[in-house]
Write a protein that binds this ligand. Sequence first.
Ligand SMILES: CC(C)CCC[C@@H](C)[C@H]1CC[C@H]2[C@@H]3CC=C4C[C@@H](O)CC[C@]4(C)[C@H]3CC[C@]12C
Length: 906
Amino acid sequence: MSGLDKAPVGWHKPSHSRSSSTASSRHSRQNIKDWEILEDVQMEMCAGGDSLQDMALPGICEGYLMKKRKWPLNGWHKRYFVLDKGILKYAKTQHDISKGKLHGSLDVSLAVMSINKKSKRIDLDAGDNLYHMMAKSYDLFYIWVTKLSAHRMYKKSEAVHMHNGFLQALSHGGNVLPSVANLMQRNGGVPDSSSAYYESSASTLNEAAPPVAELPTASRGVNSKVSAWLHQSQDEYCIQELNRCQTDLAELNRLVQKLQSLDGSQPFNNGELQRIISMQNLTLEKPKKKSNKMWGHSRTLSRVEALGMLSSNHLSASHLGASVPSIPDYVYSQISPPNATSPEGKKITQDICAVSQKVHTSLKSVHEALVLERQRIREAWSGPDLRQATPQQLATLCTALSELEMQSRLTKVHSLSLTSDSSDESFCTIRAEQPPGFPCSRRSSSRHSSRRAPSVADSSAEYFDASDNILCETSSEASDESGLSGDTTSNSEPEEGHATATLKYRASISSSPNMPSAVPTDTGRRTTLPAPGPDNSHIGLMTILYNNIGKDLSRVSMPIPLNEPVSLLQRLCEELEYSDLLDTASRTEDPYQRMVYIAAFAISGYATARFRNRYKPFNPILGETFECVREDRGFRYISEQVCHHPPISACHADSENFSFWQDQRWKNKFWGKSLEIMPTGMVNITLPKFNDHYEWNKVVTCIHNVLSQQRYLEHYGEVIIRNLKSAVCTCKITFVKSRYWGSDSNMNEVQGTVLDQAGNVVHRFGGLWHEGIFCDTLPTPQCIWKPNPQPKDHFTYYGFSSFAMEMNELTPELKPLLPTTDTRLRPDQRMLEEGRVDEADKLKDDIENKQRDRRKAMSKKGEEHIPRFFRKTLDAAGREVWLSNGTYWKIRENPGFMHTENLDLW
Ligand SMILES: CC(C)CCC[C@@H](C)[C@H]1CC[C@H]2[C@@H]3CC=C4C[C@@H](O)CC[C@]4(C)[C@H]3CC[C@]12C
């Protein structure tokens, strides 16, 4: 029997998504609520079993779908998709597919799949790849979802088989690679991405430690412990119980059908339908006149035919929208409304109740077993056994195991993130300060809770708590409703021919000499950090994310080895690394050329992100400040953490040639594997010499594969630079979303144009945000910016640039001049910098608690924190902005911060 007809797709909807909402936030919540995560119910059931053989390969599915455009940012275009053996590939037309002119492909089993029935949308997030698709009709939507689910299940069960072989090999102490290779062979030997996934796990294992067979005795001891552990664990029991549950569900299905047939309704059920859809090869387009037998499909289902096959009951929007959490549609649609009046019907109804009871009991005991298992893991984690194992082995083991768990867990995290509220209002829900009795008041020591696994008893409360502000994307979701407007997550795809232009720019940049830096290189500042960054590859981010779902990642308190010894206030200052571009701009008479330099500056701020994906900056404490005086660069900079909920960092820099300011807050969107950070504030530059005031937005930064060590950063979207004082020219910069299927040569591509008032292109420039920008329309075509070379040991030192290394330096001359709130005086960050990781960890706890206590005390007194050096006001466009109040440097000079009252933050 095929796995699919046992239990079809689970249309999962977490129950808390139905929590009541306030009028102001209902709109956004409504939209988010329309999204559901597709869980592969069947997958979990066959996880330990041997059902791969039972699982027939689902049929091919092909046809047109709308795909969100990568370029321009808005709208959709029609693309031809083919789903075969778990791989979804697409091209412009059917013809292109047949000629192998692919636009992209993705392994559907590695993606988190979310659907929106209302707008007929299907999103697949595979970490590297993010597809937003939309079907043209409900029937096509239904068919695609069914097909995708079937292929995912098939592919995943294939992967589970390999995983079991892998674990077996591990527990038998043998070298895993041959067994994985065998398994791959068994699966047809096609080196597809799922085997690549295992290969990568295996090679991580090999890189990190010698092959298990060659390990010294102590290590073999650890392996036998692993083996014993696996034997002791409850998974056998769970599998049995789940199998039983499955049988009961089949019985339930049978009874329901019987009940239905009593009523003489429903010609055939959803399960059957899904099985049919899954197994057939389907071409969802009307066959062309000269129908080609390219795919050798056994059957073609025209749209009309498909419609006829799916009764209106299956397809009506209301039905699609009415599924209930964790009850498969087909059961739900048939149970409801209960309609058994005859004695026989009553008997069946009673049986249904009894079987349901059994299912419930089974699930309950599985749940209990899992609680026990978690307890065991937790104890073991802090127990002596694991402490004796070498960190390397632990890291290896953790990577291997956690990667395998990732898929199912991600689905859950994703489901929560998609269904949570994102209104600003709830963003302001303060957890730690909640009155006692509120579910989240338990978090008073959230630092600890962030490091422990959530217990079942409190997990729902945690989720509830966290769900309040998981997705801060009200605006983009709201615009999404039409299903047609673009949101910030759209891919940015270049126009035809642009890739070639970038290749040319790239060649020109690499042949240009390194920029003769306008800044003297011997700054007299430190050139390295006191201690290397700690290894944090063994820290499981999953648990942390679980406990902090919904919080802005940049603000989540994490174990100190995940931090880099700079704060966000300092990170914003890093955007001034290439301030010489502003100096050049202020010397450039021609307004169009001037704009090119401003644009290069806007791009240059992103370069540092290239090497900075292993650690996160410190979250500034409310009231924390940071100053940076750079005589060599001719500017001085101040910043302050001005707001805690939402967290806002404001900064301002002045020089003879320019002023720079911005206040930044971020919204997050978690797609399951990648996390998008959407900054909302504007960046401002004034050039007094020309009375220019430039203003621009920031693009989206995406942390791909955020939970794994393959994490990398990408920026994409469009930046528009306007001069608020003159309409002579504007500038448009596109950070192109990369096309993963080609070579990675277009990774980090940037293109820009300077336009005159009439919209004509005056200048054109491009390149890569991590390699440089070339402008070929200047009187002498030239490379206008290149990032400074990284210090050679930068990998050891958090990936810092030289400028970043200088950021937290504290000299004896500077110390007495700083307010006590300056980041340089923050002791935990300093300790981390010095490599005193454990002490830093403890101190960070204390400092965060102190901040919480201070906030509590203030709110008790009804007081509000008032920033010291910035004031809130509205800009010309009516946006709330934070501007310097001009007091910092005055106080510093006279009477000096030493003689003023400063906040006591740590
Ligand atoms: C879990 C941890 C270890 C993963 C690492 C997270 C890192 C990569 C995240 C956390 C906070 C993020 C930063 C938050 C805000 C901004 C400002 C924006 O204008 C550019 C990107 C930038 C600078 C982000 C870069 C990526 C970042 C540093």
